[in-house]
Structure formats: C-alpha cells, structure tokens
Design a protein around this ligand. Structure first.
Ligand code: NAP
Length: 257
C-alpha cells in the first residue's frame, strides 16, 4: 500500500461511523490510499471487522469509541488519535442516524437527535481536528450530506441537517483554505446499507421491491454501493484535489435522486 500524496510520512485519517455501511467502505478505501485510519463508532468493538480487514491487507487502522454529538467525547477522541497515531489531517464526517416521521408526528426528540448527530457532530469533529490540520498546514475534510438535502417526505429533520451540512462545508472551505485545508461534501443518493433497509422497513415495503423501484428511477439504472461514496472521497482527499474546495458532489447515479 502506498500513498503517492504522502511520500515521507503516513497521514492519519479519521472516519466516523466506520463500523458498517458507507463508513466501513470509507475506512477501507482511506487505508488502501495509504492513510493510517482511526475508525470511530459509538462502540470501538463494532469497528473490529473493518480494522481486521485493513490490517490483514497490510494497512494501518485502530478502532476508537466516541459519540460525535458529545463535546467531551469528541475532544477525548481527537486527543487520543493524535497521541496514539499522529495528528489527524483527514476527517470524514460520516456518522449518522435516522428518525424519520411526517412533520405532524415528528417529536422534538426525533428532531434533536438527528440535528445533534449530523450537524452538531460535524461541527464538533471539524472544530477539534482543524487545530491539527492548521498546525500541519494541510488537511482534508469530507462531509457526508445527502440528496435528501433537496427535500424528502418524512425527513424534515434529516433534510434540514443534510442541507445545513452543505452550508457548513462551504463556510469551512472559506475559513480554512489559507491553511492548506480543503472542505467538500458528498451527497449520496440511495446507497444500499442497513440505513436503507431501515427506511424500507419504515415504509412497510419489502427491501427487494424498494431497491427495484428506486433503481428504476435512477438514470444509471442501479442503486449505489458504499464503494461509490468511498471512491469519491478518495478523490477529495488526494493532493491533486487541493484546488477543489467548498463543493458538494451528488453521487446518485444522475443529477437528482
Ligand atoms: P449506517 O449503516 O446506519 O451506519 C451509520 C454508522 O454511524 C453506524 O455504525 C452507527 O453506529 C454510527 N453512528 C450513529 N450515531 C453515531 C454517533 N453519535 N457517534 C458515532 N457514530 C455514530 O448508515 P450508512 O447508510 O452507512 O450512512 C452513512 C452516512 O451516509 C450517514 O451520514 C447517512 O446519513 C449518509 N447517507 C446515507 C445514504 C444511504 O442511502 N445509505 C444516503 C445519503 C446519505 P450504531 O450502529 O452504533 O448506531
């Protein structure tokens, strides 16, 4: 494994929500690209499989526990990563939850949990790592938004958070650019993970029918895979992408989903 962007030292990449789904693919891809990976999830044990997959392929990874919505937890996490692995100069804010409901049935807790994990989580993690990035004069932040930012029935909380992440991304790009730090967002369409299975279940639709119906609406005629998102992130974090910042790329098999 080599990282052509880092000929002399191994850079450290934090991936949140790395235990499964898109986060696990992001962690594997960062390792494949030559980064040492801090795989973060609510429980460190949940990242055992992804860490094993990376290390058995010759890469470097460690599992860490943190709740991205909690300030103390985030501070402790970023300190531990810096001490045990080196300064984190790549951050992929991927951890996420759903609490879908139509507006009239959505509780304040449904709203707060989604805002806290997505929006506050992106804020707390980015604020904690920017110190290391600005000190190193190099950094890459990749935020995970969603096509739901454009509006999606039953997801007022999630759509608002994912749209907020886009404004957050553009603002950080403006603030951090002069320190060699780029900040971009990926807005995935339908990617097959446990989260999508949960959505199908909530809608009372058998998963296979849900996927088939979705694929029929997507111009490339298929649903997405976690690797589709990982390969896009791989572009954003590379050296050659240093002039690309504040962008939101929709990875949805077409212009909208
Ligand atoms: P997933 O399979 O549900 O995985 C999400 C991961 O985040 C889980 O391992 C979860 O841990 C972890 N997590 C949740 N809350 C956390 C917290 N407070 N702190 C740390 N980790 C936490 O979801 P996914 O489908 O891979 O989605 C990943 C990201 O892509 C999310 O931001 C999601 O909104 C976004 N996205 C997904 C799709 C899609 O179609 N799948 C589309 C657009 C955007 P637990 O298992 O312990 O809860």
């Amino acid at each position: 494994m080599s990282n052509s962007t880092t000929p002399n030292t191994t850079r450290v990449a934090i991936v949140t929500g790395a235990a499964r789904g898109i986060g696990a693919a992001l962690a594997r891809r960062m390792a494949q690209d030559g980064f040492a990976v801090a795989a973060v999830d609510l429980k460190a044990e949940a990242c055992a499989d992804v860490v094993e997959a990376i290390t058995s392929a010759g890469g470097t990874a460690r599992a860490f526990a943190a709740d991205v919505s909690q300030e103390d937890s985030v501070t402790a996490l970023v300190d531990s990563v810096a001490t045990e692995m080196g300064p984190p100069t790549v951050l992929i804010n991927n951890a996420g939850v759903l609490r879908d409901n139509l507006l009239f049935k959505m509780t304040a807790d449904d709203w707060d949990i989604v805002m806290n994990v997505h929006l506050r989580g992106h804020f707390l993690m980015s604020r904690a790592v920017q110190k290391h990035m600005t000190e190193q004069g190099w950094g890459r932040i990749v935020n995970i938004s969603s096509t739901s930012a454009l509006g999606n029935r039953g997801q007022a909380n999630y759509a608002a958070a994912k749209a907020g992440i886009q404004g957050f991304t553009k603002t950080l790009a403006i603030e951090l650019g002069k320190f060699g730090v780029t900040v971009n967002a990926i807005a995935p369409g339908l990617i097959e993970t446990d989260m999508t299975r949960a959505t199908a279940e909530r809608m009372g639709v058998p998963y296979e029918n849900f996927v088939e119906k979705a694929a029929a609406q997507i111009p490339v005629a298929r649903t997405g895979t976690p690797e589709d998102i990982a390969s896009t992130a791989s572009f954003f974090v590379r050296e050659e992408a240093s002039f690309v910042s504040g962008q939101v790329i929709y990875v949805a098999g077409g212009p909208k989903a």
